[in-house]
Design a protein around this ligand. Structure first.
Ligand SMILES: Nc1ncnc2c1ncn2[C@@H]1O[C@H](COP(=O)(O)OP(=O)(O)O)[C@@H](O)[C@H]1O
Ligand SMILES: [Mg+2]
Length: 242
């Protein structure tokens, strides 16, 4: 479904991604992990057309999308959440989701036409009771769920989640994992960037590890967390002992 082929991204002299190649098959949940600054969010930015790659190509459902602007990539069915959540503060929860619906793959002809789906998505993330509340009055956690709802509103086929569980309290994690599984069960292919190893081991069928902009390892969650290179670069010896 998605092929990332030899993608490099330079910021001036900084090589944030170096010839990174991986692919994602329809129906998978793939984990993307690595230390801070290893290029995970940059990979999402390039895949979704928010940033142009310096070199390399991204192909989605057989079409090269790496030369398309973000709204065209979204139109083709790729949605993402941002690590730093920024809903429109003066719009209601519902209107934030509707903005996502109009940006996405579903091409609803109007705001009105998108409303039933927007409500469905709010229901799914537990925000339906807050539909008419201004986004600036939501708690941090509710804003994170809103970010997921906004991404889902466009009915994506591929969803990229950038650390949306960071900051959730431990009791909220199972709910978030259940949502990921539920979305996947409805046919959405998912790439998750997460630092919480439990998330990776519990929901990801395959894991890709980035380190300093390069792909360090790829395999099942177990293969990856037992890989000495990954332990050294990312997990640390503390994790290895437990
Ligand atoms: N827009 C940008 N301009 C300049 N440097 C950036 C930009 N985005 C990311 N970087 C740099 O690229 C590297 C990779 O960042 P990022 O992809 O955010 O890492 P991660 O998400 O894995 O923590 C970091 O060194 C970061 O400072
Ligand atoms: Mg990041």
């Amino acid at each position: 479904m998605l092929q990332v082929h030899q993608i490099s991204k330079n910021f001036g002299g900084l090589r944030a991604l170096r010839e990174v190649t991986f692919s994602v098959t329809e129906g998978e949940i793939v984990g993307l992990i690595g230390p801070n600054g290893s290029g995970k969010s940059t990979a999402f930015n390039v895949i979704t057309g928010f940033l142009p790659a310096t070199s390399g190509t991204v192909t989605f459902k057989g079409e090269t999308v790496s030369d398309l602007p973000a709204h065209e990539v979204a139109r083709r069915g790729i949605a993402r959440t941002f690590q730093l959540v920024r809903p429109f503060p003066h719009l209601t929860t519902l209107d934030n989701v509707l903005a996502g619906a109009l940006f996405g793959a579903s091409a609803f002809p109007s705001k009105k036409a998108a409303e039933p789906h927007a409500y469905q998505v709010l229901e799914l993330v537990g925000l339906a009771p807050k539909a008419q509340v201004l986004a600036r009055h939501l708690t941090i956690m509710e804003r994170k769920w809103l970010e997921v709802a906004r991404a889902l509103a466009g009915q994506p086929q591929l969803l990229l989640l950038d650390e949306f569980m960071a900051g959730l309290n431990p009791s909220e994690i199972p709910e978030a994992l259940a949502l990921i599984r539920q979305l996947n069960a409805t046919g959405i292919t998912i790439i998750v960037v997460e630092h919480i190893i439990k998330v990776i081991t519990h929901v990801c069928q395959r894991v890709i590890v980035l380190n300093a902009g390069q792909k360090l390892a790829e395999g099942t969650a177990i293969e990856v967390i037992e890989n000495p290179l990954v332990i050294e670069a990312y997990l640390g010896s503390h994790y290895a002992k437990h």
